[in-house]
Every structure is written in C-alpha cells, then in structure tokens.
Design a protein around this ligand. Sequence first.
Ligand code: URA
Length: 195
Amino acid sequence: MQAKPEQLPATLDECRRCELWRNATQPVGGQGARHAKLMLVGEQPGDQEDRAGKPFVGPAGELLDDALAAAGIDRRQVYITNAVKHFKWELRGKRRMHKTPAQKEVAACHYWLEAELQSVAPRVVVALGATALKSVLQSPAVALKDYLGQPVERDGRWIIATYHPAYALRVPGSEARAAARQAIIDALLAAERLL
Ligand code: URA
C-alpha cells in the first residue's frame, strides 16, 4: 500500500503515513508508565530496537539507563518513546546503518507522538536530540544548540532539550563524550526538579 500522510490509522501496525514501514521489522511504540509525569523522546528505533520492538534497548539505551540511574530516576516510572516509530536504515556491507529521518517522515509520525502526549499527559518532556526537539515543538527549523538544557513551556508542559544518547557515544574525544553524557544527566535532573 502507498504511504498516505492523511491516513488516520488506529494502530501502529496499520500505519502507512510514510514509507518507513516497508523496510522495518516492526513499528516501535513507546514504553513505560501509562501516566508518567516524565516523558523521554528519542529520534527513531535503532537496529536492536527494530528487532526487539522496544525503544532504547541497544547501546544508546544503555547510556540512557546509566544517565537515568545517575539522575536517580527509575526507568519504570517514565515513558520512553521516539519521534519516529520505524527504523530508517541503509545497508553498508552487511550492517543496517541508521539514516536520519526526513522532515516529512517526522511530520507524518507526529500523529503518534501527539497521541502519546495526549494519553500520557506528562508534565515534563525531555527531547533527546534535534529530531525529537523538532517534533515536540512542531518546528522543523529549531536548532538544538539554542534550547540545550533550557526548559521552555509549551501547551502547559515543560520541554527540556539535550543531546541524543547516541551522540554521547559517538562524538569524537573522551572529554566531549563525557560532557555530552553529563549534559543528558543534567537535563534529567532539571526535569525532575520541574516535576
Ligand atoms: N535511538 C533512538 O533515538 N531511539 C531508540 O529507541 C534507540 C536509539
């Protein structure tokens, strides 16, 4: 079936609002407390999440778990999801490598993020990286650097932007990696203070 951005699917499995379903194993919806006060939003599932059907279970998830533990937050008390629910990838050698979702895919998938925001109704949302921030603010032009660690209030809830955990794993230089990891912890601590 062709993608139809105007489609209003009842379930993620039925979603054809963009083309990403074609190459993904399955959609990956959010996971966690159904009425969590804190929601974390990532970019899109990675290779391991695509296979497991759960968000943040791979290497970026491990870093996120460490950051949550360092901030004294129990992962089971938060709701964790992604701006885009299908893994976008390209084959390099034998590996499925992450490809950043296009803005039209982020916009198509905002349908699902909005449904999660309505149903979970978090008081604070932590946007992990630029794609999450653009989707949460519904503003494709925003730059992560302008929002890093600075809470903004939108639609009655606080939004805090920080680095994506994968950035904290990959950025060159051990000092830069440690700083990015600390920035994620600081954003989680700031989120806790706002609750
Ligand atoms: N990166 C993300 O943005 N989300 C995941 O679920 C895993 C890796």
